[in-house]
Design a protein around this ligand. Structure first.
Ligand SMILES: [Zn+2]
Ligand SMILES: [Zn+2]
Length: 341
């Protein structure tokens, strides 16, 4: 049995955090794109540290030969790293102060850019200046996504990844709508001994103009984070199919069909021995709203009542014989019955 979502939606694999020789990566722009294609990614974001120099090497011919690219930059500043994707114009980060990031984020958003917080709990100074996020942000409503998992085998190397998930969860509990991403923070090709992830993003229709479709999808919260395989989550509420980022009413019945797709991009991840075991629906404060047992890569179904706040679907199982999380969706949001839709 197969599961598929709405006919006009496809979940594509993307790597939203990449470096080249224009900053501290070892990839040339072309070798990065070639590698992305070989890894069965459908799109990447080019995010060199504090420079968009690599963007000048992109061309429609290069992108159609390999993969389409979102033009971006990784603001690499003293108190944190921030991913800025596809802003209409250059926004200067160099004068940002520890308390001044709200203003900068507002400026990026006014210029059409997406804002993502990179690896918020990486080891910081003196190992890596600014790698840990220490800016004061009060306008979390303007932040589009947080890179909650990064680098290799994120659900086993839990330190910084779990802290990032906890930070994201508490912002969701406060009522903010923020998508999740995975970032390989890709600098060069290595012989991958452990599973690595990607962000799956729901885009409409054909492959044309993928960068802008991906940008819209991230802004709408239509992402899933995975250690490799693509989760399939088909959710219905109030007579409609819903996607991560959508809002339903408190108390409505949500029916879920879920599975991990055992085929898609399997060359990239099957060697690590994935065995899906369960899917949980996680709500506010980490409460488990529902749990579904999975029989490997087969689909399973459940119905539950939407509780105020938000919920997301978390897949767990075994990877390289370790019991861990495999993937999760960005949140679906739930309005309380008193709130207007
Ligand atoms: Zn960084
Ligand atoms: Zn980086």
């Amino acid at each position: 049995m197969r599961l598929s979502g709405p006919k006009d939606i496809e979940w594509i694999a993307a790597e939203l955090h990449c470096h080249t020789v224009h900053s501290d990566g070892r990839f040339t722009v072309e070798s990065l794109l070639e590698c992305a294609k070989r890894y069965d990614l459908s799109l990447i974001a080019l995010t060199d540290h504090n420079t968009a120099a690599g963007v000048t090497e992109l061309s429609p011919a290069l992108e159609s030969k390999y993969v389409p690219v979102i033009r971006g930059i990784e603001w690499t500043a003293y108190y944190g790293h921030m991913l800025v994707l596809d802003a209409d114009r250059f926004v200067d980060w160099r004068d940002v102060t520890k308390d001044g990031m709200d203003e900068k984020i507002r400026e990026v958003k006014e210029n059409g850019g997406l804002v993502g917080i990179a690896h918020p709990f990486s080891v910081g100074s003196p190992i890596c200046t600014g790698c840990c996020w220490e800016y004061t942000v009060s306008r979390w409503d303007l932040v589009d996504y947080i890179e909650v998992w990064s680098v290799g085998f994120p659900s086993i190397h839990r330190g910084r990844n779990q802290r990032a998930v906890d930070m994201w969860q508490s912002l969701l509990d406060e009522g903010y709508h923020i998508a999740a991403s995975y970032g390989k923070d890709w600098h060069f090709e290595v012989d991958e001994k452990e599973p690595w992830g990607c962000t799956y993003i729901a885009v409409n229709g054909s492959d044309s103009d993928l960068p802008h479709k991906v940008k819209d999808a991230i802004r709408m919260g239509r992402t899933m984070v995975s250690m490799g395989p693509r989760p399939v989550v088909v959710a219905h509420a109030e007579g409609m199919e819903i996607l991560p980022g959508d809002t339903v009413r408190e108390g409505s019945d949500v029916s879920l069909s879920v599975m991990i797709d055992g085929d898609y991009r399997s060359e990239q991840w099957s060697k690590y021995g994935f065995v899906p075991e369960s899917a949980k629906v996680i709500g506010r404060f980490g409460a488990v709203i529902a749990k579904i047992d999975l029989d490997g890569f087969n689909p399973a179904e459940i119905v539950f009542k939407a509780k105020k706040g938000h919920f997301r679907v978390v897949f767990s199982g075994y990877v390289m014989d370790k019991d861990c999380e495999i993937a999760f969706t960005s949140p679906y949001y739930v309005n309380s019955s008193e709130e207007k839709q």
